[in-house]
Design a protein around this ligand. Structure first.
Ligand code: BG6
Length: 472
């Protein structure tokens, strides 16, 4: 492992900060999403409605507690901490000419606090939290106008924090929007609300194009602001396995895998791959893509690929094999992998899949990689004020073991590893608190009640020891 390997944890602003109307912050898309559960999807409401509960409004009150929380991260020995900048704290409506100074000051203080403990901030520019006004005004990333708004936001924060932040990522899990069956993904990635009967795939490809242009321009601009910046993309890495060695399954898996790879392909290689151009031709798509756009994309290849890894999926072309009907990663042809256990939320636990994906990406792109999310969502049980989360420790140790093999045995260049939800956040997918990820328990229930007290779980001490051992 690298001497300067970045061990740490990750969260996103909207899932922890709360204070949704404090310090001049505007409404973000996360502020109009109600609570849900595994069985019941979160709803997107037209603005903040009376009588509805929005779990992100208070998050876990990180906005007030961040000093105490960072002290706990330092106690575990974190080398880095990944979070995002809430765009709507900096540009509350999204289209202002001048930023909100109070919002900028909050992140100045946050980064200073991290540096006090030699913790390196790793920052996502857009993690499911664009200003809600931009959804109303221009339909989110349906509009080319968004490129300018995003670049203004990125330029503002990159210039402001050029001495405080080195590692950046543009769009969180940008490939999630390829999951077309659930409205939540296009909305959280791109602020898009699908209309009745519209060609969703075409809409998403167009939005993704504008995001690629914006991201590439930010990479170019960021290097001008500070040549030492490392600017990456961020994708959800979910390998798709063939259910059997039947060539139909293998070909189907390859095709499905490309839905994910497509995004890293464009970010890292700087051009559209042949398979997608053929798909557009076949579907008769004429997208708004100019020569200048392609030139920007060509010149703005990312410095590294950041990715989240939680699960793998399996897929079968055989109609007789029972489909899960789940929409994660491999669409409706996903089947249960008989070799893997699942979390209570139906995510296949596959540590070797992490080694597989690290190798797949490194073979394909030959740029450094960064595991910026990996974690175990589980309903922790409190016993006498303590949480013995042995299953989380096992999940993480198994994944870390495979990750280390990818580096030490396979030669993958890996920058770091940040455990998702290092302090229990509000779940993005369900809005629940009961789906906990943290080393640090937060006393908040699904309905928002609780003391918000922070409690160290057993995994806290385990991770502390691991970082200590691995950093010697
Ligand atoms: C990723 C996101 O999808 O996975 C995070 O980048 C999210 O924002 C995490 O929280 C885990 O998903 P969930 O739905 O369990 O919170």
């Amino acid at each position: 492992m690298r001497k300067d390997f970045l061990w740490g944890g990750a969260v996103a602003a909207h899932q922890v900060e709360g204070a949704y109307q404090t310090g001049g912050k505007g409404l973000s898309i996360a502020d109009v999403m109600t609570a849900g559960s595994r069985e019941q999807a979160r709803r997107i409401t037209a603005g903040v409605l009376e009588g509805e509960y929005y779990p992100n409004h208070e998050g876990i009150r990180f906005y007030e507690h961040y000093k105490e929380d960072i002290r706990l991260f330092a106690e575990m020995g974190f080398k880095c901490f990944r979070t995002s900048i809430a765009w709507s704290r900096i540009f509350p409506q999204g289209d202002e000419e001048t930023p909100n100074e109070e919002g900028l000051r909050f992140y100045d203080d946050l980064f200073d606090e991290l540096h006090k403990y030699q913790i390196e901030p790793v920052i996502t520019l857009s993690h499911f939290e664009m200003p809600y006004e931009l959804v109303k005004k221009c339909g989110g990333w349906r509009s080319r106008e968004m490129i300018g708004h995003f670049i203004r936001f990125a330029q503002t924060v990159m210039e402001r924090y050029k001495e405080k932040v080195k590692y950046w990522m543009t769009f969180n899990e940008i490939n999630n929007q390829m999951i077309l069956t659930n409205n939540i993904y296009a909305f959280t990635n791109s602020g898009i609300l699908f209309e009745e009967g519209e060609d969703r795939l075409k809409t998403v490809y167009q939005a993704a194009h504008y995001e690629f242009v914006a991201s590439a321009e930010v990479v170019r601009m960021g290097h001008e602001i500070n040549p030492d910046f490392m600017i990456g993309c961020m994708v959800a890495a979910t390998p798709v396995y063939a259910y059997s060695c039947h060539p139909d399954d293998v070909l189907l898996a390859q095709r499905e895998d490309r839905k994910n790879l497509f995004f890293a392909d464009v970010h890292a290689r700087g051009h559209y791959p042949a398979y997608v151009k053929k798909e557009w031709e076949r579907l008769g798509y004429q997208l708004d893509i100019t020569k200048e756009d392609l030139e920007i994309i060509r010149k703005g290849c990312v410095d590294y690929i950041g990715f989240s890894y939680y699960l793998s999926s399996a897929i079968s072309a055989d109609p007789k094999v029972k489909k899960l009907g789940d929409d994660l990663a491999a669409g409706t042809d996903t089947v249960e992998n008989p070799y893997l256990p699942m979390t209570p939320w139906g995510w296949a636990i596959d540590p070797k899949g992490l080694r597989y994906i690290l190798n797949q990406y490194y073979d394909r792109y030959e740029v450094p990689l960064f595991v910026v999310e990996n974690g175990f969502g589980f309903e922790d049980v409190m016993e006498d004020g303590q949480i013995h989360d042995q299953n989380r420790i096992e999940y993480l140790s198994d994944h870390i073991r495979e990750m280390v093999k990818a580096v030490e045995e396979d030669g993958v260049d890996l920058l770091g590893y940040t455990v998702w939800g290092c302090i229990d956040p509000v779940s993005f997918g369900t809005g629940e608190m009961r789906k906990r990820y943290g080393f640090i328990y937060v006393d908040k229930k699904d309905d928002g009640s609780g003391t918000y007290e922070r409690i160290r779980k057993d995994s806290f001490y385990w991770y502390q020891e691991l970082i200590n051992k691995m950093s010697k």
